[in-house]
Every structure is written in structure tokens, then in C-alpha cells.
Design a protein around this ligand. Structure first.
Ligand code: SF4
Ligand code: SF4
Length: 348
């Protein structure tokens, strides 16, 4: 970041999640972040065995302060060691939430082969869904939640939960204007359409393929046409500003890691009225090859190819976390994604 005053006592290494973030996670745990590709292991914990009870915010903020104070002392909090999201900046001492991730459910109408919620039977048995609506209302009533907070809604598939439409309307009516929703795209949501029309949210649909055949191999459901139709409807809802809907491609080695698939995906995106695309890599593959990424030239070359074709098709390309890590080990500077497209304008 430019213009940082390094003599300011508020200037030190930290990250947005550590300072002002909270995650309601699918293991019924409340965490500080979901980053787990670093030496310290990431994902600091604030509460176990959580099932939607109203929170004592003084206690939550006191726990976060202990972690934040380590950064203020010039040390690095153990879980954060080696994290790519640590950056030197000027940080405040206030207590509020400006980063919120809701991923407390795991049910989905899709079956992606790389999805932990699909692969992990233990997680499926242990996950107990709860209604997050009262907690969100409490956060709004107590003004714990910053109106311009970056709010990410993932899962599982959020649109299939009964409280989803009410939850999204609550946040939109509160004034939230920086919401990111990851969706399978299989079920159309009127609340998402409203957020897109008002330019208050971004929806990311990871289609991971350029053909129906590859989609069905990776997703294990026959919903390619439904997803394309919903992408088209969401694309139209954006009006003239067309960066709020994002079509994503997660490179899954041995399934879709070829140039043809990437080119067909980008062309289809353009045909559906999409102008914003994102590239990433299967997390399991990255974790397995973490110490050898510099030699994985083929996957890196695919990322470079994606950029070339995206430019040709006049599409804005975003590099998500693992793609950014891959670029970094190949010595290309990339701002790591950590907000919606509008807030990360330079990262396209
Ligand atoms: S520095 Fe990394 S591990 Fe630590 S809270 Fe931030 S994102 Fe999580
Ligand atoms: S759409 Fe998301 S939650 Fe659903 S199976 Fe795929 S990765 Fe998992």
C-alpha cells in the first residue's frame, strides 16, 4: 500500500480478518478466518460447538484483541505465520466486524468432486445446521456489523436454505453493499437478483468447465443447462455495470486442466452476457503440491493462458487465492483476492 507512515504506532503487519473478521464455519466453530495454506495453519478459533446462540460480543472482541495485540507487538500470531494475507498497513484499535463469512451449512444441490462437504463424511455427520438469522439481526441491532463490511456467503449452497431469502433481504435493507455469494447457480434466487440490480452484491458461480460433459464429470449432477440459464438471468439483472456476476473456473488436474476447456468456458461466459471471470486451483491439489509449486509449470501456464484468452474476449479476470499463490511462486505479483470486484478494482 502506498503512503503508509512507518513511524505511526498503528503501522504493523496484520490482516483484515485478524483485525475485524469473523467466520461462522461448517464445523460449528467460530473462527477468525478460513485461510489454511500457510505455515502456521491459519483459521484461529474463537468458539467451539456453536449452534446459533446470540453472542457475547465483548467476549469475542476480547479474544480477538489477544491475537491482534501479538501483531501490534511486532511478533506474528502463531496461526498466522507465513500467511500471504499479512500486510503492513495502518490499523485501528476499534471493535467491529468488517469481514464476515457465513459458511455454517454444508448441504448442497451440487456434488463437486473437490468439495470438502461432499468428500468428508465426518464433516457431514458432525455439521448441524442452525438458523443464522437471529445472530445477524443482533449484529445489525447492536451495530457490530459495519454497513460496508465485506460479507461472504458460502456453504454448502445457501440458496436452498429456508432462511436464505430473509437473511439476504435483512443485510440489503441494513445497507450492506459489499456482499459476495458463492453459489452453485442451480437454484435461481430473487434476493440475489435484487442485490445484483442494486449493485450491492457479487455472485460467483464456479462452473469449472467449458462443456456439459466436463461439468457433469466434476459436478456429478446434470444441471449444466439450468446453471447457464441462471447465469444469463443474473447477467441481465446487473444492467449496465457488469462486474457483479462472476463465472469461475477451478482448475482440477486430470479433469479440466487443458486449454480447450478454458477457451470454451471463456467463450460461453461472453455468450451468456458475463464480463467478469475468476480462475483458481483445486485446494487439495495445492495442499498436496505445496512444496513443489515452482516446478508445476503446466498449471501455471494454464493460468497465463486464461489471461490471454480473457483479454482476447474482453473479459476481466480475477486470480483467486490459490491462483495468486501459484503466480507468487512463479514471481508474478498479484494482489490476493479478499473482497468483491468493485473493492479490488486493481486486481483485474
Ligand atoms: S493472517 Fe492469515 S491466518 Fe492469520 S487471520 Fe489473517 S488470513 Fe487468517
Ligand atoms: S457448489 Fe460448492 S458447496 Fe456445492 S458441492 Fe460444489 S463446492 Fe461444494
Amino acid at each position: 500500500m502506498e503512503n503508509i507512515d512507518i513511524n505511526n504506532p498503528h503501522t504493523f503487519l496484520s490482516c483484515d480478518w485478524l483485525e475485524h473478521g469473523i467466520i461462522f464455519d461448517h464445523s460449528n466453530i467460530i473462527r477468525v478466518c478460513c485461510s489454511q495454506c500457510n505455515e502456521g495453519g491459519g483459521r484461529p478459533i474463537l468458539a467451539y460447538n456453536y449452534h446459533g446462540e446470540l453472542l457475547d460480543w465483548d467476549k469475542i472482541f476480547a479474544q480477538k484483541k489477544e491475537m491482534r495485540d501479538v501483531q501490534r507487538s511486532g511478533e506474528t500470531y502463531s496461526k498466522c505465520k507465513g500467511c500471504i494475507l499479512l500486510r503492513e498497513d495502518e490499523w485501528d484499535d476499534e471493535n467491529y466486524i468488517k469481514r464476515l463469512l457465513l459458511t455454517h451449512w454444508i448441504d448442497c444441490n451440487c456434488r463437486c468432486i473437490y468439495c470438502p462437504a461432499v468428500r468428508d463424511d465426518k464433516l457431514k455427520r458432525e455439521n448441524k445446521h442452525y438458523d443464522i438469522l437471529p445472530v445477524l439481526k443482533d449484529m445489525c441491532d447492536k451495530k457490530v456489523l459495519d454497513k460496508h463490511a465485506y460479507i461472504s456467503i458460502a456453504g454448502g449452497e445457501s440458496t436452498i436454505y429456508p432462511e436464505f431469502e430473509d437473511m439476504l433481504h435483512l443485510l440489503l435493507d441494513y445497507g450492506c453493499d459489499n456482499i459476495l455469494i458463492n453459489s452453485s447457480g442451480i437454484k435461481f434466487s430473487p434476493a440475489i437478483e435484487k442485490g445484483l440490480k442494486n449493485h450491492c452484491l457479487e455472485v460467483v458461480i464456479s462452473i469449472d468447465s467449458g462443456t456439459r460433459e466436463t461439468y457433469e464429470k466434476i459436478k456429478l449432477v446434470k444441471t449444466y443447462d439450468a446453471v447457464c440459464e441462471n447465469l444469463k438471468r443474473y447477467a441481465a439483472a446487473q444492467g449496465d455495470q457488469r462486474l457483479y456476476l462472476c463465472s469461475k473456473f477451478i482448475i482440477v488436474p486430470d479433469y479440466n486442466d487443458n486449454e480447450n476447456e478454458i477457451e470454451l468456458w471463456l467463450k460461453k461466459s461472453r455468450e451468456l452476457g458475463i464480463e467478469h471471470v475468476a480462475i483458481d486451483i483445486d485446494i487439495h491439489w495445492v495442499q498436496k503440491n505445496m512444496n513443489n509449486l515452482q516446478n508445476e509449470r503446466r498449471i501455471y501456464d494454464l493460468i497465463v493462458y486464461t489471461k490471454q484468452i480473457a483479454d482476447r474476449e474482453n473479459l476481466k479476470l480475477r486470480y483467486d487465492e490459490r491462483a495468486s499463490i501459484m503466480r507468487k511462486v512463479h514471481h508474478v505479483k498479484t494482489a490476493v483476492f479478499g473482497g468483491t470486484m468493485r473493492k479490488m478494482g486493481k486486481n483485474v
